[in-house]
Design a protein around this ligand. Structure first.
Ligand SMILES: Nc1ncnc2c1ncn2[C@@H]1O[C@H](COP(=O)(O)OP(=O)(O)O)[C@@H](O)[C@H]1O
Ligand SMILES: [Mg+2]
Length: 249
């Protein structure tokens, strides 16, 4: 297969050539090369990803689609540095995350990636605003600055009026929106989302799509998202289809 023969040096060369052509060395935010993933359960090996190459341009909204069980969540987790692939390399914002230590990777994720994964994981004892503030505190933003940004983020997802409510007083869609406000806090350059609107009512869904679109188009964030939501397909720049462990062209 041509793609798996493409080594990392060649990829880096072709990348710099491409950057020269575009006069923009930062035009690719996410690079992956030869990603393979084999899960082991008991004595059985199961290859979910069979050599994935992909690139996502800065400021793009790129979607990852494919049937259930095709490996979308696995691939997204690898690209986000949450899961180590069996083979292959990942480069995020011009940094090779495959070579990073656990600690470096944790720092990198904290600084650069906003995660919108399933499950809200909100602190039940904290208000919506405090849930966002805590995330900012972890990123080194404290006090009045954190309070101010938390308000802005909640306003962005349409929850300005609910900022003093605790998770038990919010609907499922509202909780998901708090989780999204929290993911966006601190302005991550990369946003990785796994079916962010799947469990949302239509108002929440629209609010979320609008925020993601603005982040990409106005703030230049790069959004990589697993979704089947036709409203998101409308605003996407590119769509990749994953099937049988490979990207279908
Ligand atoms: N931790 C794991 N151990 C073993 N198999 C797994 C694990 N995670 C996912 N799988 C299997 O890998 C395949 C792809 O899963 P997943 O990436 O969640 O697909 P998708 O998100 O497209 O539905 C599925 O068959 C799933 O059962
Ligand atoms: Mg999934």
């Amino acid at each position: 297969m041509i793609t798996s023969n493409l080594n990392w040096t060649n990829l880096a060369k072709s990348k710099s050539l491409m950057a020269e052509r575009n006069h923009d060395p930062k035009s690719i935010a996410i690079w992956a090369c030869g990603i393979q993933m084999i899960y082991q359960s008991g004595r059985q090996n199961f290859q979910v990803l069979k050599g994935i190459d992909l690139q996502v341009r800065s400021g793009d909204i790129q979607l990852l689609m494919g049937p259930s069980g095709s490996g979308k969540t696995t691939l997204l987790s690898i690209l986000a540095g949450l899961l180590t692939p069996t083979a292959g390399r990942v480069m995020l914002l011009d940094q090779n995350i495959t070579q990073m230590s656990r600690q470096q990777l944790a720092q990198f994720r904290l600084r650069n990636i906003g995660f919108i994964f399933q499950g809200f994981n909100l602190f039940p004892a904290l208000t919506a605003a405090e849930n966002v503030e805590v995330a900012l505190n972890i990123k080194g933003i404290r006090g009045r600055r954190a309070r101010h940004e938390a308000e802005i983020r909640l306003d962005q997802v349409g929850l300005a009026a609910q900022k003093h409510l605790r998770p038990r007083d919010l609907s499922g869609g509202q909780k998901q929106r708090v989780a999204i406000a929290r993911a966006l806090a601190g302005n991550p350059k990369l946003i990785m989302a796994d079916e962010p609107t799947a469990a949302l009512d239509s108002t929440s869904g629209h609010a979320v799509i609008d925020v993601l679109r603005k982040l990409a188009k106005e703030d230049g964030a790069t959004v990589l998202m697993v979704t089947h939501d036709p409203r998101i397909i409308d605003v996407a720049d590119r769509i990749l289809h994953l099937e049988d462990g490979q990207i279908q062209h």
